[in-house]
Design a protein around this ligand. Structure first.
Ligand code: SF4
Length: 180
């Protein structure tokens, strides 16, 4: 049987969902026996590859880099799982939305409360440009499954991955289904 090409992606999130993934502990060896990790912040791969079977996407779409990344991920992946509440709803990452567009958030931080030479960072290659609104993943690209939690507990991540590894639809809990 062909090995699954598996990826994880970190957009606008705190990495807590990836920490929960690492809480799978010894089951990660089981995963490694069936899947190749072709892209992840946990692996030293620079570019998202073609022909990925399954990806867990942590975080919301908060800046131009996230936007470019999620479009590329969607185009190159069969099954995309919105992984954790930030990916599913915007959650913590989207708390800035009620404050206004990006400039309204940046101005008080970098200009009004800046000291010498106050300026908003605009080196695109170093600091990604913020989008005016943070968006959940499904608002930007189609999502196949939703895995709720902040972060999702390791047991639930395992249950979803085990089903997908068997080629079955995961039995999501009712709270997850509301977004599916
Ligand atoms: S869902 Fe929670 S744990 Fe995951 S990235 Fe967002 S804030 Fe962090």
């Amino acid at each position: 049987m062909a090995r699954l090409r598996f990826a994880t992606v970190w957009l606008g999130g705190c990495s807590g969902c990836h920490m929960s993934f690492l809480d799978l502990d010894e089951w990660l060896f089981e995963l490694a026996s069936q899947a190749d990790v072709v892209f992840s912040p946990l692996a030293d791969v620079k570019e998202y590859p073609e022909n990925v079977d399954l990806v867990l996407v942590e975080g919301a779409v908060a800046n131009e880099e996230n936007l470019e990344m999620i479009r590329q991920v969607r185009a190159r992946t069969k099954t995309l799982v919105a992984f954790g509440d930030c990916a599913v709803t915007g959650n913590v990452t989207a708390l800035r939305n009620p404050l206004g567009v990006a400039l309204e958030v940046l101005r008080p931080v970098y200009l009004e409360n800046g000291d010498l030479n106050a300026r908003i960072p605009d080196e695109k290659e170093i600091v990604p440009i913020l989008l005016d609104r943070v968006q959940p993943v499904h608002a930007v690209v189609p999502v196949d499954y939703y895995l709720l939690g902040c972060p999702p507990p390791a047991g639930r991540i395992r249950a979803v991955l085990e089903a997908l590894l068997r080629g079955e639809k995961p039995m999501l809990e009712e709270s997850d289904r509301r977004f599916g």
